[in-house]
Design a protein. Structure first.
Length: 289
């Protein structure tokens, strides 16, 4: 949970900008990544960069906790029950852990996106509780919180899978090939080798970049579907396939399906680096090695 919170707070301003750009918010749609980063504080103050971050923290603590815990549990189950080991079981366990965490915390993500998409002076939702009430009453009760779940699950499987897989593979190769250069004894158990902090950050960053490239178009689709009622063209984005087609036809690949990807590298690489590094450090502080 702490690993997730540290990672997301590091990149909260970039997350806000990504949501504004992905769904073409009319105040910022003519701007690029860096010009939006400059424009938001001018229009909404510096705290505007952290809009929706409260909802993000409420979501990300259980999300991070469930994902990392589920990953360890699934890994054991896959090894024991299916007899699959090596790197494949990390890919499978990572995908399953990502899907589990997403399904459990999806309504919180929905509320966070709605709050982050608002611009000062045009508030439809007054806060987290109000957003929950409004979505529940105006958008069909409980199912209203799960719009865009399908592309999220489909996108999360490769994202989380390749994230854990790449990090685990790099970690095991690094410690096997160059233990003295890249590793050090764990703080809580000198018999266990762990990666040095800067190596951990690097491996986490590479894992984030690879996972992000594979799953990005589905992330754009999810955001469009989540923002549904807020967007003027919401009737074109009712299903996953419809939304993918619509974004592709209207904006193409580079300016549509991969719009904001450069920003996603800038936000995702440090986010995954901080997440994996904090997780490894917390394991040592809590004597889990």
């Amino acid at each position: 949970g702490i690993a997730g919170c540290c990672a997301k707070t590091t990149i909260a301003p970039l997350d806000r900008v990504k949501i504004l750009l992905q769904a073409h918010n009319h105040h910022y749609k003519h701007l690029g990544v860096f010009s939006t980063l400059r424009a938001v504080p001018k229009k909404e103050g510096y705290l505007g960069l952290y809009k929706g971050n409260g909802a993000m923290m409420i979501r990300i603590f259980p999300y991070g906790a469930i994902q990392f815990m589920a990953f360890d549990q699934y890994k054991k189950v896959i090894k024991k029950q299916l007899g699959i080991s090596g790197h494949v079981h990390q890919l499978m366990a990572g995908s399953m852990a990502g899907i589990t965490a997403v399904i459990c915390t999806y309504p919180l993500d929905m509320v966070r996106v709605r709050l982050a998409f608002q611009v000062k002076g045009e508030h439809k939702y007054m806060g987290i509780i109000h957003a929950f009430k409004m979505i529940y009453t105006k958008e069909g009760g409980f199912p209203g919180f799960y719009k865009g779940l399908m592309p999220t699950v489909v996108g999360m499987a490769p994202y989380a899978g390749f994230s854990f897989f790449t990090f685990g593979t790099l970690k095991s190769i690094g410690l096997a090939q160059a233990p003295n250069l890249l590793g050090r004894p764990s703080l809580d158990n000198p018999d266990v080798l762990v990666l040095k902090t800067h190596v951990n950050l690097l491996c986490g960053g590479i894992a984030g970049a690879i996972a992000q490239t594979i799953s990005y178009p589905l992330d754009v689709t999810r955001r469009r579907m989540q923002l549904g009622a807020v967007l003027p063209d919401s009737d074109k984005c009712l299903t996953m396939v419809q939304t993918l087609k619509y974004v592709y036809q209207q904006h193409g690949i580079r300016r549509g399906l991969y719009r904001g990807l450069s920003l996603n590298y800038i936000r995702c690489i440090p986010s995954q680096a901080v997440a994996f590094t904090t997780y490894e450090l917390m394991k040592q502080f809590l004597h889990l090695n």
